[in-house]
Design a protein around this ligand. Sequence first.
Ligand code: ASP
Length: 397
Amino acid sequence: MHLSIKILIGLILGVIGGLIAGPTAVPWMKVWIAPIGTIFINLIKMVIVPVVLASIVAGVASIGDVKKLGRVGVKIMIFYLATTAFAVAIGLMFGTLMQPGKGLTIPAGAKAASKMAPPLQDVLVNIIPSNPFVAMEKGDMLQIIVFAIFLGIGITMVGAKAKPVEDFFNGLAEVTYKIIDMIMSFAPFGVFALMMPVVAVNGPKVLLPLASVVAAMYIASIVHAVVVYSGTVATLGGMSPVRFFKGIAPAMLVAFSTCSSGATLPVTLKCTQENLGVRKDVSSFCLPLGATVNMDGTAIYCGLAALFVAQAYGIELNAGQYMTIILTGTLASIGAAGVPGAGLIMLTLVLTSVGLPIEGVALIAGIDRVLDMARTTLNITGDAAGCVVVQNSESKS
Ligand code: ASP
């Protein structure tokens, strides 16, 4: 049986199990089910830093000339930024059409459950690691990416003398891919164990009051995937959308259940290389970059959630504020880390930029996990679509 079918079965069984077990079974699940999910997440986390470092160094070095690297880099960043800005706009559109915040009574004394997003200049300055080993220890992906790109460019410029270094990182990348294979065979169980407690705790009843924001998020995500990804993959990527979605499906399922682009990265790499036939030099550069900076799902969420909060508080927004939301939503999604719940923190950036009450975050914090599932799934699908497009344009140039 295909791995993605097995993962899907794990997911469905987890949902059914969670519904049957209900909230009363949570203490029991904490002991017997949740640890299996945690083990799965830890296994994936274990390989993230080595896989990002090795695959970006190997990817950059294999591109082989600095000019081509710049070209691939510019192309992928244009794709990532354009699709992200579009995503915020889609979020705003569905927020306007479906009015998810209308009629919501604001709980008295609702307090922001999250930390404030860091100021923009800090995000930019902190991209450069003052110590790459500390960056790896902290698992700071942007910093690791910057260091890896420098290493890869260094290897390219030094040439023959740096061959052993290049071979080392190539070998390390292969080894980490093998480890991922091993971990993935455990994925159906991991996904089951992650889903069951979430469903048991949140249940269908708790979701009902906020069902419309959840519905808006899922519909907007599907529209974005169908319009933007099918469209770009078919026209610019030269690939049938059916093949694309089929190939990336296992990664989508892992993203859906882990709520982490970073944790899904190893699987995204595997799917794009093996199922979509994207060359390693393109995918191993574009995907780790995308997992950190390209988050269309998070962008949709920022647009949608900002409108949701405005509607709940009865605040009218003007055209300028809509533009500001598109800009800050794009930046917030770039700044968000590929970990569960990051989008919720970055939402504060968007809310403050247009003067909406930060306390609004508390309104949707309770269902963030359910929204995060859609966000993360779309986030990694967008990375893969970018890869397919860039690979196709590179094969022509
Ligand atoms: N969980 C998302 C991701 O890893 C980020 C977010 O919270 O929006 O892609």
